[in-house]
Design a protein around this ligand. Sequence first.
Ligand SMILES: [Zn+2]
Length: 209
Amino acid sequence: MHKHSPVGDPVKKHAHEHPVEENDSPVHADHRVQHRFPEQVRFCALCGSEMGMRTVLPDHKRFKVCGRCGFVFFAGPKLVAGCLVIDAGRVLLLRRGIEPQVGKWTFPGGYVDFGESAAAAALRETREEVGMRVELGRLLGIYSDPIRPIAAVVVYMATAAIEEASVTDEATEVRYFAPADIPWDEIAFTTTRDALRDWLAQDKAEQRA
Ligand SMILES: [Zn+2]
């Protein structure tokens, strides 16, 4: 949660350097706006001066660089973490309640916060999205959309604690799917599909072994 300034009109106090009004109402990230990132970043996050494209050593790659303080904006893929919760050979999927891909199915997961481990994020997101405490098992894999690899999705295997999954604003429907019942035509992301395929392939290999 964002900490907002205490009473005493701090907005006015800093008005000369931050002429933007504070707005305390919660907001969903608009993914259409987020996708303008990083090409349309214009000003330095540290000092507020204009940024321009420059070649950065030692790799000679082009990045936005602040003309005043020298801050280099190293935009990388966002890290996402989630898990495949398995019960009696079935996988837990949720129907997304929010954009992007609202109404489609995926596994619980979300962005790893700055300063948080991928494993902790997978646990937290599962708790938030489907109200379930889980125990993480092995790492299944790390997935990126091959067309637009703006995120790296770390996927763990997991087993549920005793509680049942529940629906939330982020997950309008939650249920376990047997491999034959997975709704392939309604899967939210390429990374969801790839992780599920890997799980199924490994599951089959283990059964043969
Ligand atoms: Zn700067």
